[in-house]
Design a protein around this ligand. Structure first.
Ligand SMILES: [Zn+2]
Ligand SMILES: [Zn+2]
Length: 294
C-alpha cells in the first residue's frame, strides 16, 4: 500500500493500490479526452464597419472568421493575441462586404491559408480571389468541419449575395456569431439557442440613426430588414434564446456614429437580467482578448 498527498493538502493523504488501476486509468483518460475536447477559446481582431476578424481556437485548430484589415494590420492584430499568421488553419468568410472580405485574399495568398465561403459570396469576389491556394465552397445550411472545429452555417437577411453566419463548436461547446443581419428569423433563433458564447451584433441605436446626418437612403439601408441589427432588435432576439448555458456574450459591429458601448450593454443586460459589466463589447480598434469556454 502506498500513501500520496493530495495536491495542496500537505499531511492529508489518500491510499492508492500499487498495481495499475485500470478503472482509474480509464477515468483519467476519459477526463483528459473531455478536457482536450472542450478546450476552446475565441478572440477578436476588431469589429465594425472599418474591418472585422474573429479567431476561434479548438485544440490546435485556429480559424479566422472574416478579415477586413490590410495584411500589415492583420499581422499586427494577430500578434496582439500571441498568434503568427502561419498558426491560422483556415479563413471562413461571412459575405462579400469589404469590412469582412477586404483582407482575405492577400492573407490567404501570402500564407497559403485555405478559404471557405458560400457560392454566392465567391461569385461576388471571384476576381479578387483568383488565384488563391484553396477555395472551399460551402452550403449555407450544411454543417462541415475543419480539423477540430465543427461549423454550422446559417443564412441571414443582409444585402449581400449569399450571406451566412456561423456557430462554431467542438461537439460539446458552441460559440454563436451573428453580425450583419437586418432582422432576426425563427431559423436564426433556433440555431443560436443553447450556445455557450455569443458574439451578437448591436449595430445602432434606432433613435441615434434617425437623428444622424446619414442620407435618407443610407438610413433606410442600415435600418432595413437587410441591413444591420439595432440594439433593441438584438435584445429581443437574445430574449428569445435559451441562454441557460451562456458563459460569454459580446456586443459586436457597433456603429461608431450611431451607437455607444454603454447603450448596447444596457439593452443586452436588461434582456439577460444581468449586470452591465457582464456584457462584453468588441471594439473597432482592439476587438477583444481571448475568452475561454469551459
Ligand atoms: Zn459588416
Ligand atoms: Zn455586411
Amino acid at each position: 500500500m502506498q500513501a500520496i498527498a493530495r495536491p495542496g493538502q500537505a499531511g492529508d493523504s489518500i491510499i492508492v493500490r500499487p498495481q495499475p488501476n485500470n478503472k482509474r486509468i480509464k477515468f483519467l483518460t476519459k477526463r483528459f479526452y473531455i478536457y482536450s475536447l472542450i478546450s476552446m477559446r475565441f478572440a477578436c481582431l476588431g469589429s465594425g464597419s472599418r474591418g472585422n476578424g474573429l479567431v476561434v481556437e479548438v485544440g490546435d485548430t485556429r480559424l479566422l472568421l472574416d478579415c477586413g484589415f490590410t495584411l500589415k494590420e492583420t499581422v499586427i492584430r494577430l500578434s496582439r493575441l500571441g498568434l503568427e499568421p502561419e498558426a491560422i488553419n483556415g479563413i471562413v468568410v461571412t459575405h462579400e462586404h469589404d469590412d469582412h472580405v477586404g483582407g482575405v485574399a492577400r492573407l490567404a495568398r501570402k500564407f497559403g491559408i485555405p478559404v471557405w465561403l458560400t457560392h454566392g459570396t465567391l461569385r461576388s469576389v471571384e476576381r479578387m480571389f483568383t488565384p488563391l491556394p484553396v477555395i472551399n465552397v460551402i452550403d449555407g445550411y450544411q454543417r462541415f468541419s475543419i480539423d477540430d472545429i465543427e461549423i454550422e452555417p446559417y443564412p441571414v437577411p443582409h444585402d449581400a449575395q449569399e450571406p451566412a453566419q456561423f456557430v462554431f463548436g467542438n461537439g460539446a461547446l458552441r460559440l454563436g456569431v451573428l453580425t450583419d443581419a437586418g432582422c432576426s428569423t425563427p431559423h436564426i433563433e433556433t440555431t443560436l439557442s443553447n450556445c455557450h458564447a455569443l458574439v451578437l451584433e448591436c449595430n445602432h441605436d434606432a433613435q441615434m440613426l434617425a437623428n444622424s446626418d446619414y442620407s435618407w437612403s443610407l438610413k433606410r439601408r442600415v435600418g432595413g430588414r437587410y441591413g444591420h441589427l439595432e440594439n433593441a432588435a438584438s435584445a429581443e432576439l437574445l430574449g428569445n434564446l435559451d441562454c441557460s448555458r451562456l458563459q460569454h456574450i459580446v456586443a459586436a459591429h457597433l456603429s461608431q456614429k450611431n451607437n455607444t458601448p454603454l447603450l448596447a450593454q444596457t439593452v443586452l443586460s436588461s434582456a439577460l437580467n444581468c449586470g452591465i459589466d457582464w456584457i462584453g463589447v468588441a471594439s473597432q480598434d482592439d476587438g477583444f482578448g481571448w475568452r475561454q469556454l469551459f
